[in-house]
Design a protein around this ligand. Sequence first.
Ligand SMILES: [Zn+2]
Length: 427
Amino acid sequence: MDVEPATGQNRVSRRKMIAAAAASAIPLSAGAWHLLSKNSSGQSSSNAVSSQQSTASIDTWNPPIRVNLTPSPLTDLTISIDGPSRILAPGSAKILAQSVSIKDKVVSAEGNGIRVGDEVFPISQIEIVTAKSPSIWIGRNQYRGYVRIFRRPGGRLIAVNILPLEEYLASVLNSEMPASFPDEAREAQTIAARTYVLSQMKGHPQFDVYATSRSQRYLGYQYLNDEGRRLAGETQGSREITERTAGIVCTWQGKVFTTFYTAVCGGRTTLGRSVFKDAVPAIASVECDWCREADRYRWTSSIAVERMSRSLQEHFAIENQEFGQLTSLQSAFGDAGSLPFYMVSDGVRTEKIAGTELRHSLPIGTLNSPRFTAEIDAAEVRFSGAGHGHGVGFCQWGSRGLALAGRSALQILQYYYPGSATVRLRG
Ligand SMILES: [Zn+2]
């Protein structure tokens, strides 16, 4: 959908917008288009806020978020803590151990317990609480908040970082979107990321989200790169944008929803429910060439027929199906804007496979997105594709294009989630 052009009306200052957060679940749609616009002046708005309209179903606006730092459980991990810390049993005030500081201690499973350096705690989970935040390092990343370590079957561990939502978002913003993108795009990204994580708080016993693109990327407060240089996971700029948008979320029928987003949609976003079963109607398919300046708006790649055949054989073996040497790969045209499907054949059998499945079954980086055409000869398959990522929802590079064209964060969110509302939760 298109959005209304900017006008001089309804502008309110950011200070007034933040002050307005004291009210509960303030709808920011319609008259509040310019709340987050770069051109906001100090003029007040008569209809920017109204507590008479629908309210969001969440009334706590800065809850603790539990982030799984280890999507694949590990046999061991290394922790360092810049300052005093204590080890507790979760849910208990009993102190199991305390240290003035910790440097490169290895944590591993041992017997039925967890070993930290030379000490073994005969319990399946521990909580490491620090005197100051940020201070705890897990591997190469330093985090705000505190950490729980859970023992998993097979002698493996997962580490979960627990910290307030808004502190988490200041890092997610920079982890997911370059600092060079316009403020309006970064504001929209922050609101989408806030909504996403709130939608994922479904009562899992150990964590809410992963720290990777499986949920959304979260590098923590700072991290070491391959050369050992310290890089910022959050910055003054990302903290300011998080604060400016504090408590603002997208809603569908009064509730936060899973705000899927993608790096580059490649020209048209993909209908959410054709890919994800929990996608609401606001995850629509919309035209978007606003991402055309992205490197992967269009892309090409190739893979040896033999290698691709092996991947397909592994894929179909899971379904107890046989597959030989790939001889043809063709698009199975469906509805425009829906997830693309493909027909793959070995000359004997022909199977239908979703673009997302094909993408994940091939070596990482072979297919940047599920949307492509392919040419095949005896030796090689050559792909010409569009976009980067699953293509569903908010287009990150598209939001950059829209922001450069003068759209506000709220207009950008309305563009990619048509029919949704944007509200500020109680702050
Ligand atoms: Zn796009």
